[in-house]
Design a binder for this molecule. Structure first.
Ligand SMILES: Cc1cc2nc3c(=O)[nH]c(=O)nc-3n(C[C@H](O)[C@H](O)[C@H](O)COP(=O)(O)OP(=O)(O)OC[C@H]3O[C@@H](n4cnc5c(N)ncnc54)[C@H](O)[C@@H]3O)c2cc1C
Length: 342
């Protein structure tokens, strides 16, 4: 197997769904596992990119971008009910969910239409409509840059939490995820507990939805609430829902009883960041071409020619308004790459 294809001084704007202008010193496309060994040990700083839907480039990247295009899906029957689905990291997540539904494998329906690659799914433990990747993840195969060998990490070793994992925190940059193994069921047990999903199913008379009906309901909700990055560049929810100790959250709920919230492990509550922003009137707000989506205050968008400076001003303005009003620090959800220009 030969060395992977490489482009110097590569344009990154089209490789990130937020589409800020940026360039990388090197762009390397990885489409076969054996190519890993051809990468020099003394590598420049390396950043891995899948679909670029959760990465925002604030500056040029001085090193190498490794574009993960590893492909392949393999099914293994485990018993009458369960099937292991091993998908290579460069597969498209949404296409994988469709593939599983088409093959009568269940558990991912609520995660349909999330953009990006399979390999990025564990990085922030993707989740939507009451389901998270951690519910069906069995293990992750990865290249360990530190040990220069392939390793397998079981679900519990991945440190998966709400929009977080060891890959995004303590071991950031250490692993290149090469494939993901999911444990799915041939029996369909729909998860319809999420309020807006239950309401949408009820409106369409699908109290007991079939798999495709559940997936269709999720897609309807997503298309209504979220901008299509191909038409209006964005990175999905730009801020994480804040997770606060129950006592602090309860104090806030006394002042704002309509604030949606969900119980979390360890006596914590997760609060709806979108509600906090909508109440502050942020829908449709903009600084230059960096703006807040008119239909969902948690989504920041690039109206065409947004600059890094405009986006940073917008982020700072939103974060300080939330701190002043609610005493909460809002944390960005996407990976923000590069120091902003001084
Ligand atoms: C319109 C829209 C809606 C969205 N909705 C949701 C949602 O409902 N729920 C949700 O959780 N997220 C959502 N997101 C965010 C995004 O889709 C997910 O985080 C997705 O998993 C990112 O995949 P990607 O391949 O595009 O990641 P990228 O942006 O390419 O990478 C994201 C991070 O993962 C790292 N990474 C990527 N691949 C690998 C790999 N193989 N090994 C190691 N590190 C890697 C990158 O270095 C980067 O730090 C949404 C985004 C958009 C634009």
């Amino acid at each position: 197997m030969s060395a992977p294809a490489m482009v110097r001084n590569a344009d990154l704007a089209t490789l990130s769904t937020f589409r800020l202008p940026a360039r990388a010193a090197e762009l390397v496309t990885l489409d076969h596992l054996d190519q890993l060994e051809h990468l020099p040990e003394e590598a420049p700083p390396t950043l891995i990119l899948g679909g670029g839907s959760n990465t925002v480039f604030l500056a040029d990247w001085p090193g190498r971008i490794l574009l993960n295009r590893l492909r392949g899906i393999r099914l293994t029957n485990l018993d009458n009910d369960e099937v292991r689905v091993e998908a290579a990291a460069g597969e498209n997540w949404h296409a994988l969910v469709r593939y599983c539904i088409d093959h009568g494998l269940h558990g991912l329906e609520n995660l349909i239409l999330i953009p990006g690659s399979v390999g990025a799914a564990p990085i922030q433990n993707i989740g939507a409509y009451g389901v998270e990747l951690s519910d069906s993840l069995e293990s992750v195969n990865a290249w360990d840059w530190r040990e220069r060998r392939l390793v397998q990490l079981a679900n519990l070793d991945c440190g998966l939490r709400y929009r977080d994992s060891r890959f995004k925190s303590s071991d950031q940059g250490r692993f290149l995820i090469t494939s993901v193994s999911l444990r799915l069921s041939r029996r369909f047990r729909p998860n319809t507990g999420y309020q807006s999903l239950a309401e949408s199913l009820a409106r369409h008379h699908h109290g007991q939805p079939a798999p495709r009906q559940l997936a269709a309901a999720v897609m309807r909700l997503r298309r209504h609430r979220l901008p299509d990055p191909a038409r209006l560049p964005n990175a999905g929810s730009f801020f994480k829902n804040p997770v606060l100790p129950a006592e602090q959250a309860q104090a806030l709920l006394e002042d704002f009883p309509r604030l949606p919230h969900w119980p979390m492990a360890g006596k914590h509550l997760k609060l709806a960041a979108g509600w906090l922003l909508e109440r502050l009137g942020f829908r449709g707000y903009r600084i230059g071409d960096a703006g807040v989506y008119h239909n969902h205050a948690l989504v920041l968008v690039n109206h065409g020619q947004a600059t890094t400076a405009q986006l940073l001003d917008l982020i700072e303005h939103i974060q300080s308004a939330v701190q002043d009003e609610y005493g909460i620090d809002l944390e960005a959800e996407p990976t923000l790459v590069g120091s902003p220009p001084a």
